[in-house]
Each structure stands twice: as C-alpha cells, then as structure tokens.
Design a protein around this ligand. Structure first.
Ligand code: NAD
Length: 313
C-alpha cells in the first residue's frame, strides 16, 4: 500500500503511477474535497491513457478502484510501505509534514518527498526516523514522464534508497540515483542552465522567444527525447566523445566564458516575456494548452514504449 500525501498536480499523477501498476493507493489532503477532486480528474483521464496502453494491464475501472481517499493522515499511513509526499514547495511545510509522517508512520515505512529542489537534509535532520527519509523527485506529470530522481540525505540508509529504486522501477519509472545531495538535483540543474541561457539570449536581443523555443522544439529536443547529452556528443564526432572534446572543447569553453556570471530574471524582462507569450497563447487558454501538452506527451511515451531500444535493433 502506498500513501500519497497532497493530491494536487503531482500527487494525482503519482496515484496513477502506483495504481496502474497494481498497488493500492491512499490519498490524503488537508484541503477539503481536494483528494476527491483528484480522483474525479483521474477517472476522466484513465480511458484516454488506456487507449494508448498507458493505464496498465487492467481495465481503467479496476485501476481507479485501487485509489481511495483517506479521511485522516493516520488512516492514509496505516499499513503503508511507502509514503510519497506531494505538499507545496515550502521548506516549513515540508518540515512540519515530515515531522508528522515520522511520528505516525510504521517504523519501516519509507518517507519520500516529491520536492523539486529542497534537500532532504533540510527537512529530516532532527527526526528520529531520518534514515528512512529521501527525495524521490518526479517530473510533472509523473504518470507521463517516467523519470524519478532519488536523492538521499547524508544519513539516509542506503537500503532505503535501494528499496525505493526497486519500487519505482517495479512500477515502471526510470530512476536516476544521486551520489550526494545538491540543490536542484540533476534535472533542475540541467534545466536551469538551459533556462539561464534562454533568458540571456532574449534579454541581449539575440533571438526572440519563439525562435529560442523553436531551437529546442525542432532541434535539440528531438534527440533529447531518446538520448542524453553525453550520448549525443559521443555520436556527433566520428571518433566518439574524446574526438568531440578535441574538436569542440575550446568552442564550448569560449561560450561558457562569453556567458559571464548568472543574471537575475528581472521583473522587466519577465513582463516582456509574458507579453510575448500571451500574444501566442492568451491566459484564458493556458489550461487547454496544458491538456494538449499532456496528450502529446502521452502519444510520445506510447511511441517510445512501442519502439523501445530492444525492439529497434
Ligand atoms: N508541479 C510541478 O511541475 C512539479 C514537478 C515535480 C515536483 N513537484 C513538487 O511536488 C510537490 C507538490 O507540487 P504540486 O505541483 O502538486 O502542488 P499543488 O499545489 O498542485 O498541490 C499541493 C497539495 O498539497 C495539499 N497540502 C498542503 N498542505 C498539506 C498537508 N500538510 N498535508 C497534506 N496535503 C497538503 C494542498 O491542499 C494541495 O492539494 C512540490 O514539492 C513540488 O515542488 C512539482
């Protein structure tokens, strides 16, 4: 049994991940009706996922039947082997919630946070059960983007990390396990580096917002949906990665130096980006476009599953 604590965007996605893999899930949220709303949202989404083979092997009604709303935190935790915490990204909230979880959950229950960037050491240090706490950071939405980053605090028991890795891979997620905690983990450090450069290119008048987006959408992103940066450069020089470094290392060093120190994202720049984006997508259509994105993601994931590397060669 899995307890999902917080049933917003991410908690709802986790419920699908675990339930479609056959696990019973209990959802708990402090906001009245929020967990029921999440279950209604899942119910509306499962048929579409099933059509693409993304709702597991059982009929959607069975998958949905595995997700229950708990009436209290204690009821959610009762008998849970794993807790996936999905409350707001506020350090004080994480500290308070983890103190509650550590006090109420069985001693061998793993307590995992979905936090996007708060290190587990910051919310688990003073807990009796701190060795069972770690970060299991998904991307949004977790049921469509399979990656989860596992980030232990210095005191997390390696057996807890391993148990979480086995659970996550067992329910179909791909894992990246960090050897030590750093702010932002791996995913948001990579994303942050790209975003800083994107902001800089627009701020310096090199390219407009649509062209920067196109460089990723029609260019870099195509490869990145099935291989990472190291494999990319390994294939982009005839002699492999060492050859790539010999040919292009100086170019990238010069580019990194040219970029200079990090710049804050100033309010004026944010306003001009907002104005530009709203011309392409009015605020009233943001939700509709997010649904469109999720559908595209589902199609891409279904395509990748049909053409898994083992099937291609
Ligand atoms: N949205 C993303 O893109 C994304 C991606 C990866 C990770 N995350 C992380 O996942 C976590 C949740 O993000 P989200 O986008 O789902 O937020 P959200 O605001 O959509 O949902 C948070 C939910 O937690 C509930 N909540 C608040 N306090 C609670 C408590 N004490 N106990 C139980 N429930 C409580 C709220 O009522 C709300 O329903 C954050 O740490 C966030 O950084 C978010």
């Amino acid at each position: 049994m899995i307890a999902v604590i917080g049933s917003g965007l991410v908690g709802r996605g986790w419920a699908v991940v675990f339930a479609r893999a056959g696990c019973s899930v209990r959802l708990w949220d402090t906001q009245p009706d929020q967990a029921d709303k999440a279950v209604r949202g899942i119910a509306g989404e499962l048929d579409g996922l099933a059509e693409l083979g993304l709702a597991g092997e059982d009929p959607p009604s069975e998958v949905l039947g595995r997700i229950a709303v708990a009436s209290t935190l204690e009821a959610a935790l009762d008998g849970a082997a794993h807790v996936q915490e999905c409350t707001p990204e506020v350090l004080a909230t994480k500290q308070a919630v983890f103190a509650q979880l550590d006090a109420a959950a069985d001693r061998d229950t793993v307590l995992a946070s979905s936090t996007s960037g708060i290190r587990a050491s910051l919310f688990s240090e003073s807990l009796t059960g701190r060795s069972r706490c770690l970060v299991a950071h998904p991307l949004n939405p977790p049921h469509l983007i399979p990656l989860v980053e596992l980030v232990p605090a210095p005191w997390t028991d390696p057996a807890v990390v391993e148990r979480t890795r086995v659970l996550m891979e067992g329910v179909g997620q791909a894992t990246v396990t960090l050897k030590k905690e750093v702010p932002g983990f791996v995913v948001n450090r990579l994303q942050g580096a790209l975003l800083h450069e994107a902001f800089r290119l627009v701020e310096d008048g090199v390219a407009d917002v649509a062209d920067v987006d196109a460089a990723v959408e029609s260019g870099l992103g195509l490869r990145w949906s099935f291989m990472g940066p190291f494999e990319t450069i390994d294939l982009n020089a005839p002699g492999g990665i060492a050859d790539y470094v010999a040919r292009y290392g100086q170019l990238y060093l010069d580019l990194a130096r040219d970029g200079g120190p990090p710049r804050p994202w100033e309010a004026e720049l944010a306003r001009s980006l907002e104005t530009d984006r709203r011309k392409h997508l009015p605020a009233s259509r943001l939700d509709e476009r997010a649904q469109w994105r999720d559908r595209r993601l589902a199609l891409l994931v279904a395509h990748k599953l049909r053409h898994a590397p083992d099937h291609d060669t």
